[in-house]
Design a protein around this ligand. Sequence first.
Ligand code: SF4
Ligand code: SF4
Length: 441
Amino acid sequence: MREGSLEAPTRHPLDWKNPEFWDSARAEKELERIFDICHGCRRCVSLCTTFPTLFDLVDASPTMEVDGVKKEDYARVVDQCYLCDLCYMTKCPYVPPHPWNVDFPHVMLRAKAIKFEKGIRFRDRLLSSTDAMGKLAAIPVVAQTVNAVNGNAIARSAMQSVLGVHKDRELPPYAPHRFRSSFKKSPSFPVKPGKETPGKVAVFATCYANYNEPEIGHDLLALLAHNEIPYVLADDEVCCGMPKLELGDLQGVNLLKQKNIPILARHARDGYAILAPVPSCALMFKQELPLMYPNDADVLAVRDAMFDPFEYFVLRKKDKLLKSDFRQRLGKVAYHIPCHSRVQNMGQKTREMLESVPGTQLTVVERCSGHDGTWGVKREYFDNSMKIGRPVFRMMAEPEADYVSSDCPIAARHIVQGMGEERKQAVKAHPLALLRKAYGI
Ligand code: SF4
Ligand code: SF4
């Protein structure tokens, strides 16, 4: 048996419709098999707290092997994984087609799904219902109240005891006006398809841009309009399902998929590029749903039409259909590439675009910030999320930049919190805001 695979990695679909997937004993056996390979390898020890938790359990067991670890302790390993996919995509030499067939994130997801079926905490259901929470909290008066509560130390201590949301986690405020309700209609432009890019765009707003930071959506629209690309808003979207997937709520993902996919597939078949300005949401449509529904033609049509915004802009540039009339230098930018951008396997498109702006020096940090969607918010994981993020906070502070930026707006907030005083005068700005600034629009 050779050490690693020389073939390009392939990913097997998630076998969640097979009754064996839900069989606890079979799942435990698969966990033990993979844990044993990981124990012999230990390459991923620095990626997150999942692997150190496993190796500590092995080292403390009577046999000092995986067979000495109590089965009930497997959950301690599973709980530390926030499914960023980095171990699979960037480290593991034993992924398929290697016969050892190690898909660590998928075995974690299977264990989470089985746990979810047995019942989960109210807090976890609440945090993964981003759409329902957003709809409620983004009502103007409610938004102000929620934001005031989020900033109040006494209320936060109560929230920590009752809901398990860590009192020190800085939460994103809810915006008084949703992106979808303040959406500015596209000016009329002729559709100019390129070799690499469709000439018109459907915007999947995302819960985060819709309820928390509508400016991200408005920046995207301004960039499309400046480049004379006609756009529409995806009709009646709901959450992409990533927060539910991360919890193992596969039936919840299925319900959201049934609402989003027919709408988005219609846009895909009508020749639109679909742009989602949050990497996790784009990844959900590019990778996670196709792995759950490998034979669903609509899911595959959406996958093929889905772009990260900077991926689209760079390809548009290659098509010679993107303007380069930049009017403003950006200076020093400390830029973080989030895990869910890295695992889209599209290269460093945001970096490429921002570096094309004259008078811009980028310091690129390509390392997990440790937040994930809802994981780093929870009382029991907050400290670990700050610990995982520490090297990122330090590297982002080093250049004493003018801007601190990440494609993931949640990671950006977490990084800014972790940098604390070290941030000095640096302003947090999303890469879309920076590109808009560079155009002077
Ligand atoms: S998917 Fe991410 S969080 Fe989970 S074990 Fe792999 S690297 Fe760690
Ligand atoms: S996931 Fe792969 S690379 Fe990482 S520790 Fe396990 S076997 Fe090694």
